[in-house]
Design a binder for this molecule. Structure first.
Ligand code: NAI
Ligand code: MG
Length: 344
């Protein structure tokens, strides 16, 4: 009935993977907020399809990422993944590889009111997500180990195009390619060649290059100078945790794994076994990942409304213990949902 009354309403099927530890807790909070947004906003209809992955399902069925979970993701319009525990590598890495989610996008933004957050940080790390040191080609003897690092022109150009296009879409002014080409001439050298070539296609966006060690230092000393950081796989993994620390920690860090067809959105954090089951995990990273998902689906207005409610909530509190408060996970969800309803 409602659908007929509103033929323009956008409808999406969202695959939902709560996973382990605090995963189900932050996912429950996130879905509560999304349902409030769906109701208040009116132009959006979300159908959630819950799927299994992680330690729990591996203990039961011997496999951390069942085939039907992968099929569920591919049959949905987008996916939300919370966190897996020890089996994280058996879950998220195969998802990224098999769905060709070549861009790992990790924004780091300061929200006023968050204790410990540095002022003026608003950067996005665009990390190559399919190769580099994470290809899993390794050798091991009793007293030696080798990990192969693979860099291809195709993957490097593809991620560079992604970063520059994102800069254009988001109205960003600069892309910084991060490398260690002075030592890793073959792999980082090729990566830089690709970035330089692609940069020429985007004359409106400033392009610079920076050694990864210099970048780590500058991220700590002058993070406000960065806009979009374009990185190989390992460097992006490390720098994004450093960037998360600037904005209030892992409880504040969202991300998206994005390809040409599929998008899987997840907080940067893991299953946090040290606080799991206590209802005190910060759900903001999960909620902000859902906002990224809405933007990727083309629902920029709904994403803005969600981010605005998060921003307002963080200013007023009460916050979870990782941010120095004593609120619970669902207190935050209820508070954000209330602000969403008030805004419409
Ligand atoms: P972690 O991210 O789970 O936790 C690191 C620290 O940050 C802990 O002290 C934790 O309490 C805190 N923390 C994380 N998220 C938080 C939140 N939302 N609110 C408040 N505090 C939060 O990383 P850790 O401890 O290295 O790994 C724990 C498990 O998670 C491991 O089994 C690991 O394999 C898995 N993991 C899974 C990931 C994924 O599913 N994508 C990513 C990283 C780790
Ligand atoms: Mg990591």
């Amino acid at each position: 009935m409602l659908m007929e009354a509103c033929p323009t309403m956008a409808r999406y099927r969202i695959a939902v993977i709560p996973g382990d530890g605090i995963g189900p807790e932050v996912m429950e909070a996130c879905l509560h907020v999304l349902r409030a947004l769906e109701e208040a906003y009116g132009d959006l209809s979300l159908e959630f399809i819950e799927l299994e992955a992680g330690d729990g399902v591996k203990a039961e069925r011997g496999v951390a990422l069942p085939e039907e979970t992968l099929r569920g993701i591919t049959s949905a319009d987008a996916a939300l993944f919370a966190a897996a525990g020890e089996t994280a590598g058996e879950v998220i890495i195969p998802i990224r590889r098999r769905l060709d989610l070549y861009a790992n996008v990790r924004p780091a933004k300061t929200y006023p009111g968050v204790p410990g957050a540095r002022e003026g940080v608003d950067l996005i790390i665009v990390r190559e997500n399919t190769e580099g040191l994470y290809v899993g080609v390794e050798g091991r003897g009793p007293d030696w180990g080798v990990s192969m690092r693979v860099t291809t022109l195709k993957a490097s150009e593809r991620i560079a195009h992604y970063a520059f296009k994102l800069a254009e879409e988001m109205g960003r002014r600069k892309v910084t390619a991060v490398h260690k080409a002075n030592v890793l001439k073959a792999t980082c050298g090729l990566f830089l060649e690709a970035c330089r070539r692609v940069a020429e296609d985007y004359p409106g966006i400033e392009y610079e290059e920076m050694l990864v060690d210099t970048c780590a230092l500058k991220l700590a000393s002058k993070p406000e100078d960065f806009d979009i950081l374009l990185t190989p796989n390992l460097f992006g993994d490390i720098l994004s945790d450093e960037a998360a620390a600037l904005t209030g920690g892992l409880g504040m860090a969202p991300s998206g794994n994005i390809g040409d067809r599929y998008g899987v959105f997840e907080p940067v954090h893991g299953s946090a076994p040290d606080i799991a089951g206590r209802g005190i995990a910060n759900p903001m990273a999960m909620i902000l990942s859902a906002a990224m998902m809405l933007r990727w689906l083309g629902e920029g207005e709904a994403a803005d409304a969600l981010e605005k409610a998060v921003s307002k909530y963080l200013w007023r509190g009460p916050l979870t213990p990782d941010l120095g408060g004593d609120a619970g996970t669902m207190d935050v969800a209820l508070g954000v949902a209330r602000l969403i309803r008030e805004a419409f």
